[in-house]
Design a protein around this ligand. Sequence first.
Ligand SMILES: Nc1nc2c(ncn2[C@@H]2O[C@H](COP(=O)(O)OP(=O)(O)O)[C@@H](O)[C@H]2O)c(=O)[nH]1
Ligand SMILES: [Mg+2]
Length: 296
Amino acid sequence: MLGSLREKLARTRGAFRKVGDILRSGKRREEVLEDLEEALVQADVGVTAAAKIVGALRARTFKTEDRAGLEAALRDELTALLLSSGGAAARSAGPAVVLMVGVNGGGKTTSAAKLAALHKREGRRVVLAAADTFRAAAQEQLAIWAAKLDIPVVKGAYGADPAAVAFDAARSFQAQRGDVLIVDTAGRVHTNANLMAELDKVRRVVGRELPGIRVEAFLVLDATVGQNAVLQAREFLKFSGLTGIFLTKIDGTAKGGSALAVAAELGLPIRYLGLGEGEDDIARFSPRDFVEALLS
Ligand SMILES: Nc1nc2c(ncn2[C@@H]2O[C@H](COP(=O)(O)OP(=O)(O)O)[C@@H](O)[C@H]2O)c(=O)[nH]1
Ligand SMILES: [Mg+2]
């Protein structure tokens, strides 16, 4: 896992090379800290997260000659930052509904399929719901994935109420005694207020039809937009039900450092990484593995 993560993070690792150089520079303490802050910002970690990390290092006693110690300290602080947003959130057992939300093009539909495939591989009964009724091709895209993965999918008419699709899916899920119901949703409706109301309605409907079930909502964010992922997320933070981040397109981007910006600014744990366009290109997020892959 770590090996392949390291491979997928190749370009981001490139962006962090300067960080390693600074640790080995042998410069004076304060200079090292200043250079480090700048290099972290350049690696898309974001101003807030970079300041937090360097602030935490400044509070530690270290000698710049102790390079291994300094590097270990940096690893600790990067990991701590990722853990501070609940990055190690334990997976609870039992049936669950997962809503995939986020802007168009971020990777919701693909990530819904990957997540479905992952749960299926682990022996869970999965149902997919194509509740993005706003774009004509969106339901078809999920249906193609469902056929490929041999997973049942519930669709609705183009332009139908997403909550009606969620309702049908919840019924079907119950009839099939499913373990995980994954609901794909639309990225953009006429106004954002509409979209948030729509997401709320979807959540209310599944909560009513499947009483007591755990409802997760993953905000799907595209890592290739770097720190702008934080801006993209802001609008969706108005939807109060978010439980985590699914950070996509980590492969092939140099902006994977944005994971730290996202963790520092959104207060939501990163739960999964999207590492490509295939059904297996998904990893459960581990702060320790991520930092290890980034810096080693
Ligand atoms: N390289 C890469 N491409 C991805 C990843 N996730 C999604 N994509 C691609 O991003 C594009 C948009 O994805 P889609 O799931 O349709 O986004 P949606 O509009 O949010 O549903 C598609 O071409 C996907 O194949 C990923 O983790 N890595
Ligand atoms: Mg989609």
